[in-house]
Design a binder for this molecule. Structure first.
Ligand code: NA7
Length: 539
């Protein structure tokens, strides 16, 4: 363990590092790699029994990327890019988990990771300028810097349904799917929730269950994924073109490889518009969303025009017109929620053994020992799947007991919404990098530059022999105001979704991530560091 000292405190050893990283998912793994490169000692404490974060926990049937696989992988190593063969254009969870394990092995990261180690608390010791974390098993460790690589969609949310614990069958949340799997063959299964996770899961399990009841509160706009295997020729092409693919991702607002059409939908004829919509419809993945006329992603006429095209596509695929109408989204704008990508989702509702229940019309009243009761009926179930989403972005932080200066908890500080400076730090929590707060768009594309920035900030503090870097209250106030003002105007703030915390009862409403595009965020961070960490106090 380079530059790691161990202190003996009574009978218990308190390990000491330059940096403690909470989590060994996409961000945590890369943080370890970078910190080692910069000569800083680091240890990651990971709750799971394996690495991979999101791709470790979300092992529900049907779970897969909705970004092109080759835009989601790490870009930091040309050798890795050339060595790893993505097998499908939109890779599934088992392969994604294998990839992250491959990365952990290839770069020998495991020696700095302690698995099965849930962090219970992190306390800033003001006199020492060190963070002390306590692990579930009682072990403690200290470090100058703390990085919360805890993901933005990792704190699972199960609504507080009456009688939840009385159910005698099997129940689980999509984000904590058991490693050994759940035997669904021949079972009566109920799924609550039709977001991206529910849509993927429902499509897959409808193939094997004896009966499926889907409890839907809000119908979503779902787009055909059109996944396919990557053949040898395409594989070679991808590898030869990685530089261009990744450069393109870095130019676009959400770091995907798709670019908006610079024309307004309403500036072309209705025929031309339809032709474009139809050709996009045949394309795979997010193109239908992100290669469209630019104003489809702005509230207004173009958005509604495209939404109607989508609604008609749904109506065409569902045989029963009453069921079709239940599946047609009506109460929110296209693109105001993340677009679930599907592979035969709507056709599931043409199966005789699948029932769609509208729980906005007839709300869920309680879970019973044998199933679920809505206002209108009782359903007998062997398995209940909660595809009910996550307490996004701040949830995973608030569930950790993080205490900064004066004993203030981060949960208290964020009670009325997150207060940060560019998402990376919160005033009063020196040397804590809340990295997940700053993420925008295609996750790995956003995570790599973020990790680069925070690790370089730590190196700067070390090299200049400071003991603390902390966001100033002024910089934080200004950023929080910017998030509120700019955030209120963008499309993804308009619907009741996890983007704005509206999926969690009682959670303050407000955009949880940055309102700026990925290139703007990178430029803002780079300007701050180039300016001697403007907005941060270095002590
Ligand atoms: P989401 O997108 O938050 O979806 C959660 C679903 O659960 C959604 O359909 C909710 O309906 C439903 N839900 C939540 N609470 C209830 C209650 N109380 N009753 C009925 N239905 C409920 O989470 P996902 O896991 O699917 O996807 C998260 C992200 O992962 C996704 O955006 C991708 O980026 C990957 P609602 O719409 O709130 O009416």
């Amino acid at each position: 363990m380079t530059s790691t000292q161990q202190q003996t405190q009574g009978a218990k050893e308190v390990e000491q590092y330059d940096v403690i990283v909470i989590g060994a998912g996409v961000t945590g793994l890369y943080a370890l790699y970078r910190l080692r490169q910069l000569g800083l000692s680091a240890r990651s404490f990971e709750e799971g029994s394996g690495v991979g974060g999101t791709w470790f926990w979300n092992r529900y049937p049907g779970c897969r990327f909705d970004s092109e696989s080759y835009t989601y992988g790490y870009s930091f190593s040309e050798e890795l890019l050339q060595e790893w063969d993505w097998k499908e254009h939109y890779s599934g969870q088992p392969e994604n988990e294998r990839y992250l394990n491959f990365v952990a092995d290839k770069f020998d990261l495991r020696r700095d990771i302690r698995l099965n180690s849930r962090v219970m608390s992190a306390v800033f010791c003001e006199d020492e300028n060190l963070w002390e974390v306590t692990i579930e098993d009682g072990r403690r460790a200290k470090a100058q810097f703390l990085v919360t690589s805890v993901g933005i969609l990792s704190a699972g949310y199960v609504p507080d349904f009456e009688g939840k614990d009385s159910f005698t069958g099997i129940s689980c949340h999509t984000g904590r799917w058991p490693k050994e799997g759940v035997d669904l063959a021949g079972k009566r299964v109920g799924v609550i929730g039709t977001g991206a996770s529910g849509v993927q899961l429902i499509t897959e399990i409808a193939k094997e269950v004896s009966h499926l009841t889907v409890f839907q509160r809000t119908a979503n706009f779902c787009a055909p994924l059109r996944n396919s295997p990557i053949d040898d020729e395409t594989q070679q092409e991808i590898k030869e073109n990685y530089t261009a693919i990744l450069e393109k991702c870095m130019e676009t607002p959400g770091s995907f490889m798709h670019e908006f059409d610079t024309r307004s939908a309403m500036s072309v004829s209705a025929e031309e518009r339809l032709e474009k919509y139809e050709s996009l419809w045949q394309e795979s993945g997010f193109k239908k969303w992100l290669s469209n006329f630019y104003d489809v992603m702005l509230p207004g006429e173009a958005n509604e025009d495209y939404a109607e095209f989508f609604r008609d596509k749904i109506r065409e695929r569902v045989n029963d017109p009453v069921v079709a109408e239940m599946l047609v989204p009506k109460g929110h704008m296209f693109g105001s929620k993340r677009l679930p990508c599907e592979s035969g989702y709507y056709e599931v509702y043409n199966q005789d053994n699948v029932l769609l229940v509208d729980v906005r019309e007839a709300p869920i009243e309680r879970i019973t020992p044998t199933g679920l009761k809505t206002k209108d009926a009782e359903y007998k179930l062997d398995v209940i799947v909660f595809a009910t989403g996550f307490d996004a972005v701040t949830g995973s932080l608030s569930r950790l007991d993080i205490r900064g200066e004066g004993g203030q908890t981060l949960a208290d500080k964020f009670a009325n919404g997150p207060r940060t400076y560019m998402g990376v730090q919160s005033a009063g929590f020196p040397n804590l990098f809340t990295i997940n707060q700053a993420s925008v768009g295609n996750f790995v594309r956003a995570a790599e530059p973020l990790v680069d920035w925070i690790t370089e900030a730590m190196q700067y503090v070390k090299q200049n022999e400071y003991s603390r870097i902390s966001a100033t209250p002024e910089a934080e106030a200004e950023w929080t105001k910017h998030v509120a003002e700019a955030g209120a105007k963008i499309l993804r703030s308009q619907a009741d979704s996890w983007y704005v915390g509206a999926n969690i009862p009682g959670k303050a409403r407000g955009l949880l991530t940055a309102p700026d595009t990925a290139p703007v965020m990178r430029a803002k961070r780079n300007a701050v560091s180039a300016n001697g960490y403007d907005g941060f106090l270095l002590q």
